[in-house]
Write a protein of this length. Sequence first.
Length: 132
Amino acid sequence: NIVEEEKTKKKRLPRGKKHSVVFKNQCIEINGIPVVSERHCNILLLLAGKCLMNNPAPANRQTSAMPGKHIATALGVAEPMVRQYVTRFRKWIDEESRRLGKGPVGRDEIIRNRRDWNGYEMNFDDSHISLE
């Protein structure tokens, strides 16, 4: 049965994770949705690279966060543009996920930020991040 074969192909997320972020050779997928915007991909690659170099344990979160000014420098844009890119990414992934019937994606569930350290990071609490 084709439906059962599709179900067995789907990978289950680890317990407590809401989303799957997969970095593949030629693309990034979030919950099976290909990220096509170059800006979105660039931010995700920067944050994942920073976060994956560090242990994602709560004690190391400060070191895995990347300040907006560092992201801006890496992307060659002004710092306010980083906030716009992140905001647009969050809006896009939520709308695309809903459109495809996969449910909502909360504001900080993929990329999160907190005022206390003034930066961005991949959300390891809600997202399973992997390489293929």
